[in-house]
Design a binder for this molecule. Sequence first.
Ligand code: 164
Ligand code: MG
Length: 331
Amino acid sequence: MSTELPPLDELLANSFVVRLPMRVKFRGITQREALLIKGPEGWGEFSAFTEYAPAEASRWLAAGIEAAYQPFPEPRRTSIPVNATLPAVPANQVGTVLEKYDAPHTIKIKVAEQGQSFDDDMARVAEARRLYPQAALRVDANMGWDVDQAVEALKALSEFDLQYAEQPVPGITGLAQVREKLRNAGVDLRIAADEAVRKHTDPLEVSRLGAADLMVIKAQPLGGIQAVLDIAEQAELDVVVSSALDTSVGLAQAAALASALPDLPFACGLSTGTLFADDVSHEPLLATAGFLAVRRVDADLEKLARLSPEQQRVDWWRHRVEECYQYLVRV
Ligand SMILES: O=C(O)CCC(=O)C1=CC=C[C@@H](O)[C@@H]1C(=O)O
Ligand SMILES: [Mg+2]
């Protein structure tokens, strides 16, 4: 990366910190912070989750720099099928949350949330199925189960006809075990790897070991469009592009990634703009009837000013850029 890195002071001079309010709690947060970079090719986003250490967060910075300084790749498609994302809300809120998405054909439902029970998951998925009988449903446990819990839970949830289950347990071997146990029990449910790809030192190990059926790939966590296209090319598994809960600027980069892949067999998790109550552009990247346009998104300066958090958070993000930049210089 070091040869392509712009000077740090140039990056900082063109950086803007925002905090977006969310309509509904997701991943334990109700406000999403991000640092946006204005570059010669357009806007880029750096929004590694605040608990991530610099080594991991630096890949997100590389992605933000790529978006601001490099053109997006030649698209193979101009519109991307996307899934609605349903946070781990109580069953009686499922309708209200999903109503915000325009005619979703695919819905990803969070399950195994800390502090909740398996009955909560069953009720949430049952309600989504009742309201959207034709939709493809998938679940994401974010590693919230152990192997036995996952097998039991997924056997029961399969009743609702699931497209796949994302990262039911931690690790790569755990995924392989869940997959095999489900097969042995006669449950033919695809397993997708997410954290086992984006948080692993080698994102391709899942594929090499055949531990899952699908790989979730994300532009920011994996270091940008080019890095992910390389991973996808080497992977022997189907890939699903997903968001990193980015603002519309980051979603545009993720949609550009999806637009450049040779095959796009599954709807992408890029409808998360709907989870925000406000965004960085007057033309946020939101799906229409389950499809997202492939286009650059420019942040609006008036919005950026209005969404700027207190100075202490601005300083924190700028310092984080400096720390992550040092990592990228060394790579
Ligand atoms: O894939 C989607 O439908 C939306 C994106 C999404 O679920 C996520 C975005 C950001 C952080 C992750 O915890 C989460 C995921 O696990 O896939
Ligand atoms: Mg996931």
